[in-house]
Design a protein around this ligand. Structure first.
Ligand code: C2E
Ligand code: CA
Ligand code: CA
Length: 637
């Protein structure tokens, strides 16, 4: 009986090609990659051994040689499915950190396989070799097949269970490998003379290589340095080993304007020039690309400290850089992070870096910011609040408080501002100043805004507040809400639902909304105005107010921000500014609410200067609905 080894030879060529490509490219060797590397080597060994077993069978050699080569072949070939199983697991877990039970579960079958193979010269259970029949499979061979299937099956099962935590490439490579090996086994059974299995394995490994281990996936092609994936792999390799390392985040601040002024192509060239220069001067420390204009220098104990790099960057990026004869000034914002001092896990590390990448640009040029625990605390708090908001919407935990507004003319409360409240068992009272911006970012502001508006309409209509002397309730609209197409329809629909007269609502918007969403805002404002809804400009005097823009909007009220009110009593210049501001607003025929009135002195002063309405702790803090209603009822009686 003669075996055809052509496919074995082809498999060898394939395995060697993959191995050479892998070895000649710069790659990051984390646990997973090392496993893959092991699989490549062992597949090559098993392939060579397969060829040798065939050659040995054709020549008359001593019995122990036959045993030796076959044992080596079977060992190497049967270890592969086990390594493959570990490889898949290591995509989402660190097998080094497994508990004992899991380790036994994973290792037991392969230990059985090795024992069976190694003891076969005595047991003759896997194969035997005698003068008459030559090399012959024993009854135990089936166990090896079953265990090989078992590992591949487990890997498949695992990849299905953790599909959400794997990337598309990772999942596909599990399927490639399994299908290729299973096809190989079926073909091997159909054509026992042609040794196909090795070829199927080599092909499967090549597919995995292309999908997952290709060093090109870790490289930013334009810049020739590691990209974000490469960076993650680099740091995860260190985290796995529990090795100390440091990261220096670099954000080039002028990048956006360089791009606008030079165009995409030139700005890329310019970046390449900077990156080449930087990478060359900081070697052997590793420079990685994280996001547009953002880089990270990675260093561990072997490559050295960051001090020199920091000094180099501070010196180099303080003066202009020449590019095509033009002087370009690019400043760099820096943040530093040490593992395990500042963060203790890969996830925390990446979260902190992402946070810093977004926020660090506001810091001074060249000053290194230490990124660490306080950011993680901030992120955790943010996550907690996000969850809380989600829950609060479902379970109706948000509350609406009311802060009455005093009319100087009527000498009583004539309106009130609705203010949202969120309380948490763990964090206590959370300020809307903290959670509203988060809700604006994640889009929950639409639901929250609707919740407040609905509550106000329902309460006002049910209690017929106008009969208690309340002309309208002021409801805050976030700039994000103002951008929503069709907001006016939604609001009118809710007012209709509760049969609330339209003039009972006053909407507060800020100048930011007016400036950034002008067209949509006007589309939303006009239909509401026609029906009788009025508008207030909130936070007037906080910096961005531009009176020539303000007068183009049909505001009924301008609300002076509390900061303006407060500083007037501390500073004579601020007092002058306040007086003139009030006079000017009055002249333009707007009504004025002064916010943050905390003392009688402030109240008298502001009333004297011509403010129509006053709001602040001096009159009342924001209070729950029931308390607000009681206040109004007591006044009547
Ligand atoms: P804002 O619209 O400027 O609201 C006035 C803030 O000043 C309220 O803070 C109020 O409690 C506080 N305040 C009023 N009088 C005084 C005073 O005499 N002294 C002091 N120290 N503070 C006073 P609050 O309720 O924490 O709200 C903060 C911000 O959150 C609001 O500023 C508003 O921008 C936003 N916000 C609150 N509720 C809502 C809402 O339902 N929707 C939207 N989009 N934003 C809201
Ligand atoms: Ca307001
Ligand atoms: Ca305000």
């Amino acid at each position: 009986m003669r075996y055809n080894i052509d496919f074995d030879v082809a498999a060898m060529v394939l395995a060697i090609t993959t191995l050479v490509h892998f070895l000649t490219k710069k790659s990051i060797k984390n646990f997973q990659t090392k496993l893959f590397f092991g699989m490549l080597w062992i597949s090559l060994v098993s392939d060579v051994m397969d060829i040798i077993t065939v050659l040995v069978a054709e020549t008359s050699v001593q019995g122990w040689v036959v045993y030796l080569v076959n044992i080596l072949y079977l060992l190497s070939f049967n270890i592969l499915p086990f390594l493959y199983y570990l490889y898949i697991l290591s995509m989402v877990q660190n097998p080094n950190q497994w508990k004992l039970g899991r380790k036994i579960f994973a290792w037991m079958p392969i230990c059985v396989v090795c024992t069976l193979i190694l003891t076969t010269p005595w047991t003759k259970w896997i194969f035997y070799n005698d003068a008459e029949t030559g090399y012959t499979h024993g009854q135990g061979m089936i166990v090896l097949y079953i265990i090989a299937f078992w590992y591949i099956f487990l890997a498949l099962l695992f990849s299905m269970r953790y599909r959400a935590r794997m990337t598309f490439g990772q999942r596909s490579s599990v399927y490639y490998y399994s299908i290729a090996v299973l096809c190989g086994i079926v073909l091997q059974v159909l054509f026992p003379k042609v040794l196909l299995l090795q070829f199927a394995t080599a092909l499967a490994l090549l597919l995995v290589y292309l999908a997952l281990e290709n060093p090109k996936d870790y490289e930013n092609k334009e810049l020739g340095i590691y990209n974000r994936n490469g960076f993650i792999k680099l740091v995860s390799a260190s985290v796995e080993k529990n090795e100390r390392f440091s990261i220096l985040g670099i954000r080039f601040n002028g990048y956006q304007s360089v791009r606008e002024n030079l165009g995409v192509e030139n700005s890329q060239q310019f970046m390449k020039q900077i990156v080449d220069y930087l990478a060359e001067n900081i070697a052997p420390l590793e420079l990685c690309w994280l996001a547009e204009g953002t880089f990270a220098v990675y260093t561990n104990e072997k490559t050295g400290k960051l001090d020199n790099v920091i000094r180099f960057i501070q010196e180099q990026f303080n003066s202009a850089i020449k590019f095509h004869g033009i002087d370009i000034i690019v400043s760099a914002s820096l943040f530093q992070l040490d593992y395990p001092y500042d963060v203790q896990s890969l996830e925390d590390l990446l979260d902190t870096i992402d946070y810093e990448t977004e926020h660090v640009q506001r810091k001074e040029n060249g000053v290194v910011v230490r990124a660490g625990k306080d950011i993680l605390l901030k992120l955790r708090r943010e996550n907690h609040i996000q969850q809380l908001m989600k829950m609060a919407l479902v379970e109706n935990v948000f509350e609406v408080y009311y802060q009455p507004i005093y009319s100087v003319e009527k000498k009583q409360f004539h309106s009130a501002e609705a203010l949202i409240r969120l309380r948490d068992e763990e964090l206590g009272f959370i300020s809307p100043e903290e959670f509203i911006p988060m809700a604006e970012k994640n889009g929950m502001i639409f639901e929250i805004g609707e919740f407040v508006f609905r509550n106000v309409c329902q309460m006002m209509s049910k209690m017929r507040l106008w009969e208690l002397g309340i002309d309208f309730i002021e409801v805050n609209l976030s700039p994000v809400q103002c951008m929503e197409e069709g907001l006016h329809r939604k609001l009118m629909h809710i007012m209709d639902e509760y049969q609330l007269p339209y003039h009972c609502i006053n909407l507060e918007i800020t100048e930011t909304a007016a400036a950034s969403t002008e067209e949509t805002l006007r589309h939303n404002i006009n239909p509401l105005l026609e029906k009788g809804v009025t508008f207030s400009l909130d936070d007037y005097g906080t910096g961005y107010s531009n009176i020539s823009n303000v007068i183009t909007y049909p505001f009924y009220i301008i609300k002076l921000d509390k900061s303006m009110v407060w500083s007037a009593l501390e500073d004579s210049k601020a007092m002058k500014a306040l007086k003139h501001t009030i006079a000017m607003i009055k002249e333009l025929n707007f009504h004025i609410v002064a916010e943050g009135v905390e003392t009688l002195e402030q109240a008298t002063l502001l009333g004297g200067l011509g403010c129509d309405y006053l709001q602040g702790y001096y009159f009342s803090k924001p209070v729950p609905e029931e308390q607000f209603l009681n206040m109004l009822r007591n006044r009547e009686s």
